[in-house]
Design a protein around this ligand. Sequence first.
Ligand code: MG
Length: 247
Amino acid sequence: MIHLKSQEELQMLRRSGRILSLVMRKVSRIVRPGIATADIDRLAEKLILDQKASPAFKGYKGFPATACISVNEEIVHGIPGPRVLLEGDIVSIDLGVNYQGYFSDAAITLAVGKIEGSSKKLIDTAKEALDIGIHQASPGNNLGDISRGIQDFVEGRGFSVVRQFVGHGIGKALHEEPEVPNFGQAHCGPELKSGMVLAIEPMINIGGWECRITDNGWTAVTSDGSYSAHFEHTVAITDKGPEILTK
Ligand code: MG
């Protein structure tokens, strides 16, 4: 069942999303060569708690940190730790906020210092793919229009779309129905309706889409070692079109 949010619920989700976007903005500013991923995580946690909210990922199915921080060939669910970011790395920061029982979810991929042209093109494509997906998130479209829009754009740039992880509905739970794949068929899947709230999150790779999970049981990496980028927003579908709650 896809739960359509009431105006009151939407208002709470907006607050949750606003906290997340503020935290993401501040956390992004400290990313530079020489910083450890644990430092980013620590700041994110402090900023979320300062807003009287709580980190949505910490403890979720046993995840040990506030942020998922995934570097280079890591796709998603990287665990922050002593790893120091180096010039030329790309780093994805994925954050979830629980504000009074209302969840928001967003991710961004950033360059660490100066990066290679292929890495820059990857990041730009992932960011634009998210915009394209969001653009399709209007009443009357189908879920598959989001999926197809993202896939066509990404593959047209010569990159691949991760299959094993997908976006999701979000609201009073971090993960709700429906799943929001970044690949699929236009005009297929559930019809989009005002009141749906979706976490749209393209994950794309320079090489193949195949991935594996590392020994920590969490972190997904590309099978071929190619770099991966990830962008995500929590988006409400309204009669006026898509409303980005984590902007
Ligand atoms: Mg998500």
